[in-house]
Ligand binder design. Structure first.
Ligand SMILES: Cc1cc2nc3c(=O)[nH]c(=O)nc-3n(C[C@H](O)[C@H](O)[C@H](O)COP(=O)(O)OP(=O)(O)OC[C@H]3O[C@@H](n4cnc5c(N)ncnc54)[C@H](O)[C@@H]3O)c2cc1C
Length: 459
């Protein structure tokens, strides 16, 4: 398929960041309304280009400093839906929040969702995002039947497991570097209610947390644990684990069963300005963690969660990324293979505890099977941590990289802002296969980003 030519829309020169607000970058940003305009941007023989969705990648994946960025958020039409099969066709700029607004009241939920719903589907496929059900359902790509990809020539290719399969597998998790995803089809999940029927489990340390994950694994499709990074010794890794399945009608209490698919939005507090960096010093983090722990102390084991607080507790505070102050923050997410997960978790949690760099948010999840050349997940446990940018942080994270790497683990590109090219190469063994597909789709390396240059992804 080829597209008709059109002129590129005028760009706006802008300072951009990812969600962590670190690093800062400067680019010409295009925001096309139509595919033909996008084609003009893609094929223009000027500087390099990277696609951007909602800008929720934490680091520099959707940045292209001193080069061009194309914002896909106006290509956001829902095109078709088949309620029998659950198959949905839509443009890449549609967000998961929009899917929930439209389809949850009709009894369908996205098959995989990250911890925020304010992401586009294009960005989610490009990062091959995982959710709280990865151990059961793998990552988003497993539920995508095909997508249309505009490659560097402006040509649009239908990519699936059968058609242009090499481009399919290089694009899921490929961080926008094979081209621009225009449109896709995915299978939505049928649900009876907007609630999850599950348990909230307190685990006194990391061994108890792993034991609780393993014990509840077969029973619950969704699981996530919040870890107190400031506890040490026998309480190292103490956590609150939330597990659940979408509730069937008969499991709902009568007051909720009356309107089981209600998506009633909650009021969102907004962080209106940058809080000074010292707001998040280790004392305030300690206090926050103690409060969460105490809050969960007396919770009944059986819990009905509403969809919003189970999947998106952070979305209720808009712009929460501002609480880290002007210097921003870095999210560090790593994963270890099953045999190394416990030892890796202990090593990293001890290093954090020793360093005094408490993470405000620390999330533990279990991963299952995974395909894709650069997709982040692998079977095992994954830990995600937020660190405000302070002196010495980058050196400290390098030491965590070495700990993760020696155990066969890896760091997530959608969160990364600072890993070295050498570490990246060692962590992603399928890089050569990915590069072969990248060269076919984009021989002139027109699609490039601050992330891809920092990591030497095309070298
Ligand atoms: C609070 C929070 C929680 C999160 N939780 C999770 C989680 O649980 N699991 C998880 O996997 N991730 C998680 N993330 C990360 C987030 O899901 C990914 O970074 C996702 O890629 C963001 O989508 P986006 O639309 O904002 O894309 P952007 O941040 O704009 O871009 C991300 C990447 O996608 C590429 N891209 C964007 N649109 C297109 C397109 N149309 N075609 C080709 N490439 C494109 C960009 O070039 C870039 O490389 C979380 C992020 C936040 C802020």
């Amino acid at each position: 398929m080829t597209t008709t030519t059109n002129s590129a829309p005028n760009p706006r020169h802008a300072l951009l960041t990812g969600w962590g607000r670190y690093p800062l970058s400067e680019s010409d940003v295009y925001r096309p309304d139509r595919i033909a305009e996008l084609a003009a941007v893609v094929t223009a023989n000027t500087s390099s280009l990277i696609a951007r969705g909602a800008g929720r990648a934490y680091g520099d994946a959707a940045l292209n400093d001193q080069n061009r960025v194309v914002d896909l958020t106006r290509l956001n039409r829902i095109l078709a839906f088949d309620a029998t099969s659950g198959l949905l066709r839509c443009e890449a700029g549609v967000t998961i929040a929009e899917l929930i607004d439209v389809f949850l009241p009709r009894g369908f939920f996205p098959p995989v969702t990250p911890g925020t719903r304010f992401v586009t589907l294009g960005g989610s496929v490009a990062a091959d995002v995982h959710g709280k059900n990865h151990h059961r359902d793998s990552s988003l790509a497993a539920h995508v039947t095909w997508f249309d990809l505009m490659i560097a020539s402006g040509e649009v290719l239908r990519c699936s497991r059968e058609e242009n399969a090499a481009f399919f597998w290089a694009t899921v998790g490929g961080m926008g570097l094979t081209g621009v995803i225009l449109e896709l089809e995915l299978r939505m999940r049928r649900v009876e209610s907007a609630y999850l029927d599950g348990e909230s489990i307190r685990a006194r340390n990391i061994d108890a947390a792993i034991e609780a994950f393993e014990r509840t694994d077969a029973q619950y499709g969704y699981s996530v644990a919040w870890i107190d990074c400031n506890s040490g010794k026998s309480a190292l890794g103490r956590s609150v684990l939330n597990v659940g399945n979408f509730a069937t009608l008969e499991r709902l209490p009568p007051n909720l069963a009356q309107n089981p698919l209600s998506t009633m939005p909650k009021l969102s507090p907004i962080v209106p300005f940058d809080l000074p960096g010292f707001t998040l010093n280790s004392l305030s983090i300690r206090a926050f963690n103690a409060v969460i722990w105490a809050f969960n102390r007396d919770r009944a084991a059986h819990t009905i969660f509403d969809w919003e607080s189970f999947f998106y507790p952070l979305d209720s505070i808009r712009n929460w990324n501002r609480i880290y102050g002007r210097r921003g923050f870095v999210q560090y997410q790593c994963v270890w293979p099953p045999d190394e997960s416990r030892a890796g978790l202990v090593e990293v949690l001890e290093a954090i505890s020793r360093s005094g760099r408490g993470s405000f948010l620390a999330v533990l999840k279990k991963f299952g099977a995974q395909d894709g050349l650069l997709s982040f997940p692998m079977p095992g446990y994954t830990l995600a941590l937020d660190f405000p940018v302070t002196d010495g942080l980058l050196e400290f994270l390098d030491t965590l990289d070495a700990m993760v790497l020696k155990r066969g683990g890896r760091v997530y590109l959608a969160k990364d802002a600072r890993m070295s090219a050498e570490t990246f190469r060692a962590m992603y063994p399928n890089l050569n296969r990915w590069q072969t597909a990248k060269t076919l789709a984009d021989p002139g390396n027109r699609f490039s980003s601050s992330l891809s240059r920092r990591l030497g992804m095309t070298e």
